[in-house]
Design a protein around this ligand. Structure first.
Ligand code: SF4
Length: 441
């Protein structure tokens, strides 16, 4: 009988695509993939270093796994495994820990998945994580996350990702187009391009910088079958007018950007060692809105960074309040081991970090509502997704407005033209059909 394997992913879309790819390595070798809550023989947990309490979360997931199957083999991979292999190997129930350079060799390295007396560690310095491993999520969601870039050459003072994932490196355009075609053949209609520093796409092992994100986007425009591409996140200093114009003229790249800002105070941006000041961000937003007035713009922001005074926070608040953006992802600053920010003066008390985060979350809700309300009465295309909650399914407009309709199995993974009619109690957009015929492509 084939062994059963289950997966759990903490963190970002990149981790999600990598878990999916590791999952396919298992199924290709005859393992049976089961849900995490089912009794499996093997559990693979893909960890994150960015989430708060990474250690606590990892312990909890291991405990959960062993509750479902007390004698299961448990292996831990991902950013946290690269940063703290020893610590993780001591968590009761963990059989193996694999670093960034080893995680894609997991099936070969662990072989028979027999439990040993002591947990095994397969870990090399992050400098050895220099090859690019292609990955995409598949079969888990309506949208596929396609990893095109990994690692980061920047040195933001709060971030451990370069230590966990290594230097910036990318797939080739040729390979990405091949993967996109494969994904299209499977019936998926939307691909989200993912990477650690996506705008830095184009550095190849041994060859250096040979391609660019703009060239990648140009090439993907011609992939048959994929109706929608989204760019998961792009640094403001790398979001060129060339890219914005391409998206504005594209039939496939959706009018939606997610651009990390992190702070609206130049003083804090400098302490963070970000590679832009706030004026660059203002210019990027203006350029996008000038070419695509209905474009959705999401913003990442960190509050309570060391040295952030009340005045600095208010500066960020006012900056965002005046900016023509659609929603915020707010993160209270959280100390990470081995970062420069960890020892910076001006520590902001936790309570104050939370208060600032709450204020920005309220602002985000206002921004989102305003953005949604501007669209009421307009006709637009929705791609419906597979998830259902309480008989309601959701879909997204091209510019990322979340729409709710009564579940209809025929709609899953279909694009349909609708009129946006107003917001429901949960803040989701309601619709009325304007086309009875499905727009089948
Ligand atoms: S750009 Fe900065 S925050 Fe983003 S992964 Fe690189 S170092 Fe981290």
């Amino acid at each position: 009988m084939s062994k059963k394997v289950a997966f759990y992913t903490l963190g970002c879309k990149l981790n999600f695509s990598e878990t999916s790819t590791i999952g396919r390595q298992f199924t290709e070798r005859g393992f049976e993939k089961v849900e995490f809550q089912d009794a499996a023989d093997i559990y693979i947990i893909n960890t994150c270093s960015v989430t708060d309490n990474a250690d606590k979360k990892c312990r909890k997931v291991v405990k959960e796994a062993l509750k479902h199957s007390p004698n299961a083999y448990v292996a831990i991979v991902g950013c946290y495994a690269q940063l703290k292999p020893q610590e993780i190997s001591e968590i009761p129930g963990v059989d193996a820990v694999l670093g960034a350079a080893e995680k894609f060799q997991l099936v070969d390295l662990l072989g028979t998945f027999e439990k040993k007396d002591k947990s095994q560690i397969f870990h090399s310095p992050v400098s050895q994580a220099n090859t690019f491993h292609n990955a995409y999520s598949f079969g888990d969601r309506t949208r596929t996350f396609l990893k095109v870039q990994d690692g980061c050459d920047y040195s933001c003072t709060f971030c451990t990702i370069p230590q966990a994932r290594g230097n910036s490196r990318s797939d080739t355009i040729e390979n990405v187009v091949r993967s996109a075609n494969e994904i299209a053949e499977s019936g998926v209609k939307e691909i989200v391009l993912t990477g650690v520093n996506l705008g830095d796409f184009g550095i190849q092992e041994d060859k250096g910088r040979v391609e660019s994100f703009y060239e990648l986007a140009q090439a993907l425009e011609n992939v048959e079958g994929i109706e929608r591409f989204r760019i998961s996140s792009i640094e403001p200093n790398l979001l060129t007018d060339e890219i914005i114009t391409l998206v504005a003229n594209s039939k496939k790249f959706m009018p939606h950007f997610h651009i990390p800002l992190q702070s609206g105070s130049d003083k804090i941006l400098k302490l963070m060692r970000r590679r832009y000041l706030r004026q660059v961000y203002t210019d990027r937003v203006a350029s996008i809105k000038n070419k695509m007035p209905h474009c959705c713009i999401g913003v990442d922001v960190i509050v309570g960074f060391p040295g952030e005074t009340e005045e600095d926070f208010v500066e960020t608040y006012n900056f965002l309040n005046e900016l023509n953006i659609s929603y915020l992802h707010v993160f209270p600053y959280s100390e990470r081991d081995n970062t420069l920010a960890e020892n910076m003066p001006g520590v902001v008390p936790q309570k104050e970090r939370n208060r600032r985060a709450d204020m920005l979350r309220i602002l985000s809700e206002k921004k989102k509502r305003f953005f949604y309300e501007q669209h009421i009465g307009l006709e637009t295309n929705i791609l419906f997704e597979a998830d259902i909650t309480d008989g309601i399914m959701e879909g997204f407009t091209e510019n990322y407005i979340r729409v709710a309709v009564k579940y209809d199995p025929i709609l899953v993974n279909e694009t349909k033209k609708v009129r946006l009619t107003g917001l429901n109690a949960a803040g989701l957009m309601e619709v009325e059909e304007t086309e009875l015929e499905m727009l089948k492509h």
